[in-house]
Design a protein around this ligand. Structure first.
Ligand code: BGC
Length: 277
């Protein structure tokens, strides 16, 4: 951990050192377990510098998260708009459905706490929508035979993004799906796997009824599964019985960072579009 409170890992050389006018953007992914940010090359979706990361404080208040976001931007001497992915639904100036952060995020004005050191614009996006946007923009998933791809991210919670014919349909929150009395995210998230020490077979048994419901309700033509578990996820996902093809998220654990950066470009922020640094 550096004196700024965020650690840089790994310390790789960035082709953007010196902030010299290339098409790059800072993306920050706020998760229930860690907060990570990096400069992203918007032409390729690759990280173009070190990942700055810090543990999400247990209380995860807007003030605590805002401080870490500022520290990450300051570590990159970033003064332009920043993309921030959050684990909840952005409604006006507050964040709803964010069980992995403090309930203080639900108060009006909570999102206004997020500021960059230079007071530049902050573009907000749900974290799973960010992962979906990253897959849409830079991923390698095949075409969905009926136009609909469902992206699910398995981390501290379960996030979802619906991709339809090249567009992102935001705020789908499929991790809240109930089968019986239990929510999908409570039985099958990355946290549920580590807390319950679930084997891939046990996980698939818990998760299958939710996938069956989603197939019946949404009829996706393709699934993209990823999130914090991406690296070992193949062995879990391969146990599911699904009628449509499954891809493991191409951008892996960095999808939230990449999607947060891509969200700035999508928002049409003039500085971001010009690629000015
Ligand atoms: C939140 C979602 C989020 C997901 C993954 C859930 O608890 O409700 O908005 O996408 O966690 O972080």
């Amino acid at each position: 951990m550096s004196s700024s409170g965020v650690a840089a890992d790994p310390p790789i050389a960035s082709p953007y050192s010196g902030h010299d006018g290339l098409a790059a953007q800072l993306g920050i992914d706020v998760g229930g377990t860690s907060i990570k940010g990096a400069i992203v090359d918007l032409r390729t979706g690759q990280l173009a510098g070190p990942i700055h990361s810090a543990q999400t404080p247990d209380t995860a208040t807007p003030e605590q998260v805002a401080l870490l976001v500022r520290q990450i931007a300051a570590a990159e001497q970033w003064i332009d708009p920043v993309g921030v992915a959050l684990p909840g639904v952005i409604v006006g100036s507050c964040l709803r459905h964010a069980p992995n952060l403090s309930s203080a995020w639900e108060r009006e004005g909570a999102l206004d706490r997020l500021r960059t050191p230079g007071d530049a614009e902050i573009v907000l996006i749900n974290d799973a929508d960010a992962a979906g946007l990253a897959e849409l923009t830079y991923g390698r998933s095949g075409r969905s035979d009926n136009g609909l791809t469902v992206v699910l991210t398995f981390g501290t919670g379960i996030g979802s993004a619906l991709l339809h014919d090249g567009d992102l349909i935001a705020n789908s929150e499929l991790g809240g799906l109930l089968v019986g009395a239990r929510r999908f995210e409570d039985v099958a998230s990355g946290r549920a796997i580590s807390d319950g020490e679930l084997t891939p077979a046990q996980w698939a048994e818990c998760a299958q009824p939710y996938f069956d419901q989603l197939e019946a309700m949404l009829n996706p033509g393709r699934w993209v599964l990823g999130g914090g578990l991406s690296e070992q996820f193949e062995q879990y996902a391969s146990r599911l019985k699904l009628t449509k093809p499954v891809d493991i998220a191409h951008l892996g654990v960095h999808a939230g960072i990449v999607g947060a950066a891509a969200a700035v470009k999508r928002s049409g922020s003039p500085e971001a579009l010009s690629g000015r640094r």
